[in-house]
Design a protein around this ligand. Sequence first.
Ligand code: 8YV
Length: 322
Amino acid sequence: MTSPLVLVPTAPQPLELEALERLRLLRLWEEPDPAAALARNGADVVAVANPGGGPLGTELLDELPNLEIVAHFGVGYETVDVAAAVSRGIVVTNVSGSNDAEVADTAMGLLLMAVRELGPAERYVRQGRWAREGAYPLAELSLHGGTLGVLGIGGIGRAIARRARAFELDVAYHARNRREDVDLPYHATVVELARAVDFLVVAVPGGSATHHLVDAEVLEALGPRGVLVNIARGSVVDEDALIAALRSGGIAAAGLDVYQDEPNVPAELLELDNAVLLPHIGSATVPTRREMAEAGVANLTSWFADGVPLTPVPEARELVDR
Ligand code: 8YV
């Protein structure tokens, strides 16, 4: 029996390809005429692997009449039209749980950089200013004695909360619903959370439900000594409002790993010394990306062997539990 055919629409990273090569692949990104390749082989495809994390919608699904499963290789899956897939009985999986620690570490790094001005302080040494001008000015803010608010309390939010507690911070959270299994103070709205904390870390999924959840009102509630960290998706934060708040001193600083229009970072942000800017590297280490790739492939092999996806996205669970 031939093994199931897995379509890979866009070019994977080398270590993702290494994991994927254990499967029988239709390597669409290498096809000179992808439309013709799909017309030829689309009916044989039973699975899509989406390592690039690119958009995946009805246009592609229409070409794949026998598709059973889409394995997305990221945790965030807002680029996949899950509703369209599920309505056709297609299971969608992500790699939930495979990068919690790495992304949470990045969040703490951004927080420390923003609060303690580590970027400008490091540049001060490199520019020879320490020897020329003397000690770097005292940082206005300190992590100690502060309260950190986590917006979103999934695996990544919880990992951030654990780290924050190890830093002896008080921790509170907001999520759509209070979680009985989370032993932290809950705030019913984002504004209330922002008002109650010094540091607000965004860890909710992207997509339309969270678009501009952090807006001018939330930033105002965070206040002039507040710090915003975003390791989630750029779409969650109103970037114009953030730039305005950083410029006017409406908030003290921000640490960003994600942006509204990646990889384009607005020039206004690049000019601001109170913004720490990383190029979406939350999970970008070899060990973690390998783990994510293995988790993506494991969903497929488990599906092929037993008809059981390991980490279906919540919207697809109804298909699995039937
Ligand atoms: C990756 C991420 O950048 O898992 C996610 O949702 O945002 C990141 O870990 C993404 O998977 C792109 O490869």
